[in-house]
Design a protein around this ligand. Structure first.
Ligand code: AMP
Length: 306
């Protein structure tokens, strides 16, 4: 497995390759969710490149950039075992050298949901991802459903800037009790970890209601809220229903100025998403309604395709 430390090494390595290239960008602290992306990339492509970079520009003031878990040796072992060809491991100085001043901003769809909570987050994400796309020139780039808005934003950027690649969206990998895997789950105390199952439970309740014919946005959102409120350590930042193709808002709890809209008249796919705080830790989860679309094919066709 090649270890590439600088953009110059990456460019030289990329020039040596022919065939298809799968790119899996990560911030490390790898778990089975990341490895699922890698496995899809391995199946589809001649070469698989993973990047590990805790990207400072996507963390806001007071967020966990310094504390973010870093487990490089274990990460590299897992990637080598999974058959990855090369790992790009730059430093912040490699990616943002002195004098750096270029950023990419995707406009409307970064304003709601995570963008409303983390105003500079997506600017950092699109900037680093565009840089990684330029270096890797992948055939297919792999992203997780768990960061659904991120996928929509990156897709918008790819279309708007004519970046020649495909995006695959891989379903959320979960722990046995349903908790979405996340590098940040290590921050949870044992008690918080036990309560964290409320996110996936809430989503499952709403998803079952939707599949049984419920189309009232408040009924769907309140089904999620009921599960969150059963957990004394949990506090919801938002629970939101959006059009899955465009992220146009339908309804949100608590009400927010980015959250008022209409249910579609036809049965267009919806994105149900939420973030919940356990102490300082924010957990995210989501599902597409109806349930049967939560596959690689369904997610890739629907999320951000508007
Ligand atoms: P991160 O390292 O958190 O930036 O995540 C790197 C990629 O892995 C992103 O595309 C995430 O959406 C994806 N990812 C994170 N957690 C999961 C999960 N539980 N299941 C599937 N993909 C995930």
């Amino acid at each position: 497995m090649h270890l590439l430390h600088t953009p110059e090494e990456f460019i030289a390595y990329r020039k040596s390759l022919s065939g298809t290239i799968g790119l899996v960008p990560t911030m490390g602290a790898l778990h089975a969710g990341h490895l699922s992306l890698v496995n899809h990339a391995r199946t589809d492509n001649t070469h698989v490149i993973t990047t590990i970079f805790v990207n400072p520009t996507q963390f806001g003031q007071g967020e966990d950039f310094t504390a973010y878990p870093r487990t490089l040796d274990a990460d590299l072992q897992q990637l080598s075992d999974a058959g990855v060809d090369a790992v790009f491991l730059p430093t912040p100085d490699n990616m943002y050298p002195q004098g750096y001043q270029t950023y990419i901003t995707v406009e409307d769809i970064t304003r709601g949901l995570e963008g409303a909570m983390r105003p500079t987050h997506f600017r950092g994400v699109t900037t680093i991802v565009a840089k990684l796309f330029n270096l890797a020139q992948p055939t297919i780039a792999y992203f997780g459903q768990k960061d659904a808005q991120q996928v929509c934003v990156i897709r918008r950027m790819v279309r708007d800037l004519h970046i020649p690649l495909n995006i695959a969206v891989i379903p959320t990998a979960r722990e046995a009790d349903g908790l979405a895997m996340s590098s940040r789950n290590v921050y949870l105390s044992a008690e918080q970890r036990a309560g964290a199952v409320c996110l996936s439970r809430g989503i499952m309740q709403a998803s079952s209601l939707y599949d049984a014919g419920e189309r009232n946005p408040s009924a769907l959102l309140n089904a999620v809220l009921d599960e969150i409120q059963k957990e004394s350590l949990a506090s919801a930042d938002y629970i939101s229903l959006n059009h899955a193709r465009t992220l146009a808002p339908i309804a949100v709890i608590p009400s927010a100025d980015w959250g008022m809209g209409e249910m579609p008249t036809a049965d267009e796919p919806l994105l149900l998403s939420l973030t919940v705080r356990f102490g300082k830790t924010r957990l995210l989860d989501n599902a597409i309604l109806p349930h049967h679309l939560n596959t690689r094919e369904g997610l890739t066709n629907v999320l951000g395709a508007g």
